[in-house]
Design a protein around this ligand. Sequence first.
Ligand code: ZN
Length: 292
Amino acid sequence: MTDYLIKALAYNGQLRVYAIDTTETVRKAQRIHDTWSAATTAFGRAITATSLLSQSLLKGGNKMTVKIMGNGPTGTIVIDGTASGDVKGYLKEPHVHLPLNKQQKIDVKGAVGSSGLLEITKDLGLKMPFTGQVPLVSGELGEDFTYYMAKSEQIPSSIGVSVFVNNDNSVRTAGGFMVQAMPDADEAVLAEVEQNIANLPAISVMMAKKTIPEEIIYRICGQKNTQILDKVEISYRCDCSKERFAKSLASISPADLKLIIEEDHSAEVICHFCKKKYVFTEAELERLVKDI
Ligand code: ZN
């Protein structure tokens, strides 16, 4: 089944609500990067949150890069998201497995670290990209993205992201939600929704019971209060190509390129995001030197 995100309005437009199933997307990410349990959960939550924010903050051909720079063993996590629903990412150390935390859950905070920065760069097709940065406030990631939305985008939100990891490190389910309050939102509505969110089981647990994104929104806002606006397909997709890597090789100095030709007679580059390997032959490298 294809992953998708649902956009909705609730309570006559007082709230914007998003719910997403990222099960296949996070499964693919786990397989590409061979992440272990704690890294899978952190990476999957970051992918889910980036997909939610991309659908809220981007339009048309816009894209964003999320960098989570925590002091934990996974190191920096990088996720790219687009308005069209493509997402891809990588992390410094995928082989992180930790003992369960006090709540008997996978220790995401332990993997990411509880101090560091969350940085988001939005390419809105303008001259300069926009970068916003906040300190990590939790390390569990849902709260960190919530804090970013309030602080950097001035949109009071509630974000929940969750990944259900099997014992063999593979992904059973993954998903999340985001609720945004419009400036005119009624206090009583906010209190009611807050209570519904507090009563909600983890999204990945709901998804393991076959709950779809539409139903998650109904659980948060009530079906009669909800107006579904849009459905967007989400997938892990890398747009790398040999031409693009040729361009980055061409940015190496001609002297260094010549050294690679003399010593190795070829160059091999691996895409960080999808691990695809590109080989440049001696003739191709010589053509690059000539073009520079
Ligand atoms: Zn790639």
